[in-house]
Design a protein around this ligand. Structure first.
Ligand code: IPE
Ligand code: IPE
Ligand code: MG
Length: 243
């Protein structure tokens, strides 16, 4: 089996999972956060090197205040758990997104998570929190513009795809090979739109709190059935030379 180097997940369906159990949406978020820990361990056991999960989008502020507040509280406790988990499991954590809109304590937890795990050599785990692709691209363009302004970039031809990618929040990690979205929706919802250009997309009906290691294995099996061409052709797909 070919294990994808980088798996990105849109963990969706917490609310619907809870509603189906006659429970409040926040119960789904609590179970969902606990499952992030489970799937991190599973990804590491399966030999995945990079795992990136979508925890909160730049659009999720549109939800009602109670839900946003509950999610932020959950992120506080989740980041404390993640700091411990990173230490125990040798995980290196990175944060994608704009932390400036998060409260000061959460920002501090996220900085601590990133800094305390910087030298770890196990699973690379990215938390996308207050993340949106469009926002990320605009922030990258601003950084490029600043470098043009102070002369670090002197000619437009210096701006290449690789160079621009290095300004994104994912600057030092490879693009995802496989995107998984749980709970039936088939859209990107502003997730990693630059980075997913050639990822294989996998959608499952399973809601996030119920997504297990077995489901991750099924996604990897499906990934192994795909033919990745990157715009080219695979050996044997070309017309045979006629002589
Ligand atoms: C995903 O679950 C978690 C977040 C977006 C924060 P949802 O909260 O989107 O759950 P559904 O999609 O409404 O069921
Ligand atoms: C995407 O899920 C964002 C996260 C998983 C954090 P949403 O539930 O917010 O997506 P939409 O609104 O259904 O597109
Ligand atoms: Mg949703």
């Amino acid at each position: 089996m070919d294990i994808p180097r980088h798996v990105a997940i849109i963990l969706d369906g917490n609310g619907r999972w809870a509603k189906a159990r006659m429970m409040p949406r926040n119960y789904g978020h609590v179970k969902g956060a606990a499952n992030v820990e489970v799937i991190c361990r599973a990804a590491d056991e399966l030999g995945i090197k990079y795992l990136t999960v979508y925890l909160f989008s730049t659009e999720n502020w549109r939800r009602n205040q109670d839900e946003v507040r509950a999610l932020m509280n959950l992120f506080h406790s989740y980041t404390r758990t993640a700091i411990r988990q990173a230490r125990e499991n040798n995980m290196r954590c990175r944060v994608l997104g704009d932390p400036s809109a998060l409260d000061a304590t959460l920002q501090k937890n996220l900085r601590e998570l990133v800094e305390s795990s910087r030298d770890n050599t196990g699973l690379n785990f990215q938390l996308a929190i207050n993340y949106g692709s469009r926002d990320e691209i605009v922030r990258a363009v601003r950084k490029v513009a600043a470098d043009v302004g102070d002369g670090r970039i002197s000619d437009p031809s210096q701006i290449t795809e690789d160079m621009f990618a290095s300004y994104l929040d994912t600057g030092d990690i490879p693009d995802p090979d496989l995107l998984i979205r749980t709970s039936g929706e088939q859209r990107l919802s502003n997730y990693l739109m630059w980075q997913l250009a050639y990822a294989e997309l996998y959608f499952t009906q399973t809601p996030w709190p119920a997504f297990s290691k077995k489901d991750l294995e099924l996604a990897i099996e499906a990934y192994n059935q795909r033919t990745r061409r990157f715009g080219g052709l695979k050996k044997g797909e070309e017309d045979r030379e006629e002589h």
